[in-house]
Write a protein that binds this ligand. Structure first.
Ligand code: GLV
Length: 325
């Protein structure tokens, strides 16, 4: 019997074609995610899912599964998946590490530059017809070179940001559970065992930790209060790592100077959310990995996880490998 694969978005046609040469494939042909009722229905009918980072594969979806053997996410983050329930039910979870870090780091560096040097703000003023005379003074920004970048997390993405920031002549400090001696030797990074100390010393703080119980709202009012009043916060990880209300207040009261958020909580952010209309805030729609090439390569890897599992009993990246043995 041909296996049935449900693909929750039509966005990587090459990956869908590849799956179609092995399996019976059903694609959710909408721009948004399938409703949970559809995920539950497909969980009963299908052998595999290829999903996106915001499809909720929660207890209900997993509990409904009959033949579902593998859920392959076109993402690195898996906070949308109930991994322990999946493992208990014997459902493999695949993801796509090792592909997107360079694209994400390009984007994070872009946000640092855009925020500090007010590139987006000044562009919008030109669009509004406000460039009437040569006057730079409304657009004075903060340098990037010579400033201190504080990295919260230096996994593959955080370290790729460090490499870029070092080329921009930034001083780089980082906080993570373990020291990265290689990065310290290679790029002169300085480890801060205390998050508080890192926040107090940074001009730009960039978040690169996965969202889990330890990192939920890791940046809240207390942490924002520690930051310099002329500093910036950049988030390309998950919206849930920041207490968004506390951030809104910190920006309103000039506790910090600005923020760039590629991720929010919830996503999409409501258009009337106060953060959306703040001039010192840049919000992008969760696209840090989304160069055309990286989106495609992530899709191919997510498809390959399913293909390799059903043809060879192996996966390229598996979050519960104990089920494979
Ligand atoms: C995207 O957000 C990812 O986790 O890959």
């Amino acid at each position: 019997m041909t296996k049935k694969v449900f693909v929750s978005r039509p966005i990587v046609p090459d990956a869908i074609d590849k799956l179609k040469s092995f399996f019976q494939v059903e694609v959710w042909n909408e721009t948004g995610p399938p409703p949970k009722s559809v995920l539950i229905e497909k969980s009963v009918e299908c052998d595999a899912f290829m999903i996106e980072a915001n499809d909720p594969i929660d207890f209900d979806v997993i509990n409904a599964a009959k033949n579902l053997k593998i859920v392959s996410t076109r993402a690195v983050g898996y906070d949308n998946i109930d991994l322990s329930s999946a493992t208990e039910k014997g459902i493999l979870i695949g993801n796509t590490p090792g592909i997107l870090h360079e694209s994400c780091a390009d984007f994070a560096m872009g946000l640092i530059l855009t925020l500090g040097r007010r590139i987006s703000y000044s562009h919008h003023n030109v669009l509004k017809g406000n460039w009437k005379v040569f006057d730079q003074t409304p657009y004075l920004g903060t340098d990037v070179h010579g400033k201190t970048l504080g990295l919260l997390g230096v996994g593959m993405i955080g370290s790729a940001v460090a490499k870029r920031a070092s080329g921009f002549n930034m001083k780089i400090i980082y906080h993570s559970r373990s020291r990265k001696i290689d990065l310290e030797n290679q790029l002169g990074l300085i480890w801060k065992s205390s998050l508080d100390e890192m926040l107090q010393e940074s001009d730009y703080v960039s978040i690169h930790v996965p969202l889990n119980d330890d990192t939920k709202k890791i940046i809240g009012k207390r942490e924002l209060d520690l930051m310099k009043s002329d500093s910036f916060l950049i988030n390309t990880s998950r919206g849930g790592t920041i207490d968004q209300l506390a951030l809104t207040n910190a920006l309103k009261t000039h506790q910090i100077l600005g923020a760039a958020l590629d991720v929010t909580d919830p996503e999409p952010i409501a258009h009337d959310d106060p953060l959306v209309s703040m001039e010192n805030v840049i919000i992008t729609p969760h696209i840090s990995s989304a160069s055309a090439a990286t989106l495609r390569n992530m899709g191919i890897m997510a498809a390959d996880n399913i293909i390799h599992f059903f043809t060879e009993g192996k996966m390229l990246a598996c979050l519960n490998p104990e089920l494979l043995s």
